[in-house]
Design a protein around this ligand. Sequence first.
Ligand code: ADP
Length: 642
Amino acid sequence: MHLLRSSSGTIGRTAGAWLTLLLLFVVLVPSACLLWFVNRAAENENLAVRQKLVEAYRAHLLLAQERAQSYWLRLGPDSAAVEHESAPALFARLVRDGVADAVVGFDASGLVLYPNDSRPSAAVVVDRRWREARVCEQTDPRQAATLYASIAADSDSPETTARALQAQARCLVRASEPAAAIELLTGPLAAEKLHDALDPQGRLIAPNAALMALELLPAEAAVRRRDLAQEIADRALDYRDPSMTSAQRRFLLRELSQLAPAVSTSPFLAAEDLAARWLAAPRSTPPEATLCRSSVEDVWQFAPPGGRLVFLHRTDALLARLHTAITQPEIPADVRIDLVPPGAEPKGVLLTLPAGSAMPEWRLALVFLDPGALTAATSARSTFYLWIGGLTVVFVVLLACLTWKLLQRQLALTRLRNDLVANVTHELKTPLASMRLFVETILAAPALDEKTVREYLTLIAQENLRLSRLIDNFLTFSRIERKKYVYDLRPVEASEIAECAAAAVRERFNAPECTFTTDIPADLPAIEADAGALVTALINLLDNAWKYSGDTKRIAFAVRAHGGSVEFAVTDNGIGLAPRDRQRIFRRFYQVRPQGSPANGGCGLGLSIVHSIVDAHCGTICVDSAPGCGSTFTIALPIARP
Ligand code: ADP
């Protein structure tokens, strides 16, 4: 029986372990797959949102591309204007209108028209008086001034007059007569007829003379200084007059910016400087008809087809110009279109497109003003998916736990049924075999005396009783396990129950080898109990006391009222129990049977039945025992309330 029980238990446990593993597999694999899918779905959602935005904004970017392209195309007519408009005037117009930071104009043969640095100038006849005056300049500036004055007075040529007056003014300054010099510079030298007179280097004399007067004027003459500075500026910025070279303009404007900062020279001084630097730097000829870096740092050049004009742009100004050109009022407020120069890597870009054939390597980028907005839009969806996924996994896990519990229960029941079948068949065989043996012996003997026959019949009756007990126990156990046992709890006298149990065993216990004592006071309080079930429990304890005692048995059955309970104690002088077994004997089918010991007619159900019955009565059962020292099993049940 031991073997049978343990093998069915092991098989049950192995099946349980496999089922648990299978369940884990069934839960974990789909959960992992589900989470993977959810994650992929969230990623795809992000991509889809991005794609939608890209599609929505692509039209804006294409329009910007078109506008950028037409911005450069619009420069073509300006370039053609060099044919009929004077180069300085064209320069001034384009710079003033902010079309470019500077412009360089060429003639049809590729020579620079503007900004030009020199201009041919007529030579003056140097006679004896000129030579004398020049010699005197160092030694006697006063005298030299007089000589230059006489040359100017005698001359009919504006060039000679202007140069002589300029030299006279220079000598007066050397002779420490600045006031006279100022009068000369702002008076005769500013006369209309000397307006276009040039010095030997091709520079206009009048504006240079005015500048000299400005330098000489004392700070107190503020009004005069201001008027004079404005006059010089007007002259320097008069681009309709082609007689002034770019070099002289640059010089005058730069000096003015020092001497009279209040006079505005913007944006022409910067434009002149930029054009001059570009001309001084090595350059490709003819310039390319696309936007490209020039040899001047941070400056871009663009020459519309024809190559007659080159537009120069500083990077920041170019970006501002193009930004204005491509800006669309209908563009959504949360995005911006940026122009990205070659090599730059902007952040938060949703989409880029080439800026067009006029701007090779430049890109148009659609930039999110708040890069977090895109993430927020997509992460809300992702969080939603993750929640759904998480909840589904939790639901699956809960379902699996429930299934696992049901399976465990089903397994336990299956195990129980197997154990029961194995035990019942085995345990029923023993008393039946004994009875058959006695009956066969009686039948086989030719003549048996009455005493022997009675002895055999007594033994058969005992085996029969044992068999009945066994079957009773099985039935009770089966009903309890199937929850089919209905307890009929009602107040009953504890002494009545105790007497009933004692009476059931008394006849058997009255054997010569057994001393059975009872202590059942008549005045015991009533308890609330199912009398039949409780008697069964007590008979089981008394039966065990008989079974597990040696050849000389001393069994005591005492009942007493104690602390709100009635205690039923069965004491024997039997084999006793080890501490380890005292905990386990109440489990079903548990038997303490040392290896090789004979069967005692039980199947390990008695105490588990007792335990169930005591539980149903809200009572307790305890055992006090030690190996070889006997045992006392005590059932305590609460006293019935009046
Ligand atoms: P069984 O049918 O084997 O008697 P029980 O459930 O009644 O089943 O008892 C379980 C085990 O507890 C027994 O096998 C026995 O070893 C031990 N046991 C029960 N009563 C006593 C007792 N009075 N003295 C010693 N051992 C006992």
